[in-house]
Design a protein around this ligand. Sequence first.
Ligand code: PEP
Ligand code: MN
Length: 651
Amino acid sequence: MVIVLKKGIPEQEKNNLKDFLARNHFRVNEITGEEDTILGAVGKLSIDPREVEILPGVERVIPISKPYKMASREYKKENTVVEVKNCHGQIVRIGGQKVSVIAGPCAVESLDQMMAVAERVAAAGAVMLRGGAFKPRTSPYAFQGLGEEGVKILRQAGDAFGLPISTEIVSAEHIPIMRDYVDVLQIGARNMQNFELLKKVGALGKPVILKRGLSATIEEWLMAAEYLLASGTDNVILCERGIRTYEKATRNTLDLSAIPVVRSLTHLPVIVDPSHGVGIRDKVPPMGLAAVVAGADGIIVEVHCNPEKALSDGAQTLYPEQFEKLMRDIDVLAPVVGKEVARIKKSSPQSVHRHSHESAEGKVVCAFSGDHGAYAEQAINKYFDGAQSLSVSSFRDVFQAVVNGDADYGMIPLENSLAGSVYENYDNLLRFDDVEICGAYTLRIEHSLLAPRGATVDTIKYVYSHPHGFPQCKEFLEKYPQWTHIDSASTATAAEIVAEKGSVENAAIASALVADYYNLEVLATGIESNPRNYTRFVVITSRDGKTQESHKEPSEGLCCLNNVVKASLAFAAKNEPGALYECLGVFHQHNMNMTRLESRPIPGQPWRYMFYVDLLLSETEKEKDMKDAVDALKAIAEDVRLLGIYNERSV
Ligand code: PEP
Ligand code: MN
C-alpha cells in the first residue's frame, strides 16, 4: 500500500508509523517526492488499510491491487529519470524529455575494437557505451565473452570518450568486478526471471537495464522490476527487446505496443533494443525510429566497425555509418514527439572545467541564432560584460550548443512587442529540460537604412530585410513606393547581402550597429513606425555541472543594473472546470505579480495546453517563496516545471 503522509508530519509520528508497519511485516520505503512524502509498504497486506488510515500523520492510504507495487504508477506519479555520471562528472539522463541512445558492439572483443567503435558512437551522439563481457550464448561452443578483462576494456573505452558504460551481469559471482567498473548493469532477457540474481543486483543500488524476457508478459516483466526495486535500487530502466512469436521472418517480434502500455502502468523509463528485436541489420534503423515515435525514452543498438568479423550477433549489428544516419534521423524525429536527443558535453577543457566559463580568450561564450550583427548579438553585448558571441543557424542550435558545452549561455528571443511571441522558443524550453533561464534582457529595436558608400535614397532600387522589418518601417517605406522589398533570413543577413553585392542600388533595413561590421553607411535611422519596439530575450544555461548556489545570480561579469527578480514556470492544468483559475490563484496567494501568461499545445494531446507564466518576485526570500508556490501548484497541476529564477534588466 502507498501511505501519503500529512505535510509537515513530525519525525516522531513518522517513526511510530514505520514501527507499526514493521511490526505488521511490511517492508517500508520512504519517498520524498516533489509533491508529497509517501511511505511505500510492501507486504502480504495482512492488515486492513483503514487501520493505517486512522493513524496520526496519515493523509490517505492507497491500496495497490497490482502484484507489483513499487514499479506502479500509483506508487509514484512522476516519471523516474535515471541519472548516470560519466568520468567527467557530467550527468546522462534516461527518461523525462530526452531520447538517450546507448550503442556499442554485442560483445567486447579487444581494446582496439572497443576504442574504435566507442569513438564513432560517441561522435555520432551516443550517451552510453554497451558491450557484453559475459555472454549468455544459446550454444556452449559460441564465443562466451572476455569476462573480467572485457569489463575493464569496456571501462577504458568508455572513459576515453566520456561515455558511461553498460554491460550484462549473468551471475551474482561477478558482482565484485561489476560493482567497481560498471555504471549500469544489464539483466539479459534470459535472466529476467532469475530472481536470486535480481535480488542481489537490486541490492547493489546501481542503475539496472532490465530486458524483457523472451516470452514474458508485461506484468511478469514489471514483477521482475519489482524484485529489483524491492531489493534496493530506485533506478530501473525497462528494455523491450522483442518476444518469441510464431513469426520466423525476424529473430523476435519487437513489441512496440508495449511502450505506451508500460508507460501508463509504471513510472520507470523504458527503452527499446531494436537489434535483438529484429535481428537483421537493415531492419534495425526503422524500428529504432519507430521506438522513438512510440514514446521510448531511448534505444540501445549494436554497432561494430567491422560487423562481418564480429564474434557475436554480426548480422544484426550496424555499421558506424548506419548508426550515424540513425542518429541524424532521430534528431529530426524527436521534436515531433516533444523530445530532444540527449547529448554528452564535449570533454574539452573548456566545458569540463565549466566553473571557469571562459573561452580561449578568457571570455564566457554565448550562442545566438543568426549572423553577426543580429539583434540577439546586440543583446549579448549589452547583457554581458564582454562575452564572446557564437553564431549558430537556428534557435534549436542555440539550445543544443548550451547542452553540448559549445557555449556557456544562449541568448534567445521570447517575445517582440509588435510581432508577438516566438513560440518556437517556448517549445524549446520544454523540450530541453536540462536547460534553464538564468537571465533576461529587453532590447529596444531601432531600424536603420544601410547601404554601400555613395548610395542615396535616389540610387536605391532594392531593399532587403527580415519579413518583420518591412511592416515595422511601413511609414518610412511608403515614401519610396518604387523600391522592391526582398525578404532575407534576418536583418543582419540583409546587411551582409547588401555589402556583398556592393551596389548603390541595394539597401538593407537593419540595426545601425551592423553598419561598421559590414562597411555600410547609415542613410537613415529610427525609421521604425512605432518607436516602442522591444524584443525580450532570455539567457539560457545548462542545469548540469553547476551547483544550486551558482544558479541564483547571474555569473560574475554579468551586467545586472536595474534588476528585477523574476521566475518563469510552466505547467499543465487539469482538464476540469476552474482548473486554470485554481492554478493562477496560487500566485495570487503567494503575492506574486504575474507579468505574462502564454499557452502552447502539448504534442500528442489534442486540446491540452502547457501554460507559461512569468512572475515578479520580491528581492527577499525569493527562493523560498517560489519553492512554496511551486509545491502548492504541484498539488493541483500536472507537469510543473520551474524554468528559472533570474534577474531581468528593466529598460
Ligand atoms: C545483449 O544485449 O547483448 C543481449 C544478449 O540481449 P538479450 O538479453 O536481450 O538477448
Ligand atoms: Mn547481442
